[in-house]
Design a protein around this ligand. Structure first.
Ligand code: PAF
Length: 282
């Protein structure tokens, strides 16, 4: 397993693999890897001859008041995890390698990014689409792997790949949870012991929503209303949104008459956490 810092080194390695007729999978990450990322690496290793993991805290997807400076980083730990899961290359560029002086081209998307997280994080998806496009151009993977926890990000990336005829397959992988239900996230490290306990309200409300759907409830407002009531019972929780949307367009829907995504974003103290379920997975 190798760690490289430059675009040129990635290109050289991928070119050598291609010369041998090998397929390449890409797992884009911002590092501080956990079992959620490991499951993406496992899927890529299973599907492809070689796996590249990008490890880059992308400044462009953070708003001015967000946690860019404090976002956790640990390359040594990441390297051990990638190695243990059979990854072949880590691309860990400095910001200047990705965004040189005078950088001024962006990949922006309308509609899908104007809902859910896009409302409270207005610059986020422009940063995600731009960096993911760059990574696709640098690595030229056959397949790229994203977690379903960031369900809107997955939908946005699928849409971008389709809109811009990008020649690769996007694979969405299931949410990985702690034993007590909390969805794995690098941001969980921000939580104090008390907040960590309070954060369980997210997965509890997801479980409740799934239960209601399983029992045949199709009224979106009833489902999100029950989930909202439960989250509001936790004093440390502050809701950003609890919404039922069309799984492809991310537009809010009144009834479960098509594949839907139930998505929530909740602040526990200062930490903003997300969770979700797709009705087709219930
Ligand atoms: O999901 C993430 O960690 C990031 O948004 C991604 C896709 C690596 C782009 O920086």
């Amino acid at each position: 397993m190798k760690i490289v810092k430059t675009v040129a080194e990635v290109r050289e390695q991928v070119k050598a693999w291609r010369a041998e007729g090998l397929t390449v999978g890409l797992v884009p990450t911002m590092g501080y890897l956990h079992e959620g990322h490991a499951s993406l690496i496992d899927a890529s290793v299973r599907d492809n001859d070689r796996t590249v993991v990008s490890d880059f805290v992308n400044p462009m997807q953070f708003g001015p008041t967000e946690d860019l400076e404090t976002y956790p980083r640990d390359l040594e730990h990441d390297a051990a995890l990638v190695e243990a899961h059979g990854g072949d290359l880590i691309f860990n560029p400095e910001p200047a390698e990705m965004y040189h002086d005078g950088f001024s081209s962006f990949v922006d998307m309308t509609v899908l990014t104007q809902e859910l997280c896009g409302l409270s994080r207005p610059v986020h998806f422009r940063g995600v689409c731009t960096v993911v496009s760059k990574l696709f151009n640098i690595v030229t993977p056959d397949r790229a792997y994203f977690g379903k926890k960031d369900a809107q990000q997955l939908a946005v990336i699928r849409h971008m790949v389709d809109d811009l005829n990008m020649p690769l397959e996007i694979i969405g992988c299931p949410i990985i949870r702690e034993e007590d239900g909390l969805a794995k996230s690098s941001r969980n490290t921000y939580l104090s012991a008390e907040e960590r306990q309070a954060a369980l309200i997210l997965s509890k409300s997801i479980k409740l929503g799934m239960e209601l759907v399983k029992n045949g409830e199709t009224d979106a407002a009833k489902i999100t209303g029950e989930m909202t009531k439960l989250i509001e019972s936790e004093p440390l929780a502050k809701i950003d949104y609890v919404k039922m949307v069309d799984a492809a367009t991310m537009q809010q829907i009144p009834a479960l008459d098509r594949p839907a995504l139930c998505a929530i974003a909740v602040y526990i103290g200062k930490t903003r956490l997300i969770d979700n379920f797709f009705t087709e997975d219930v």
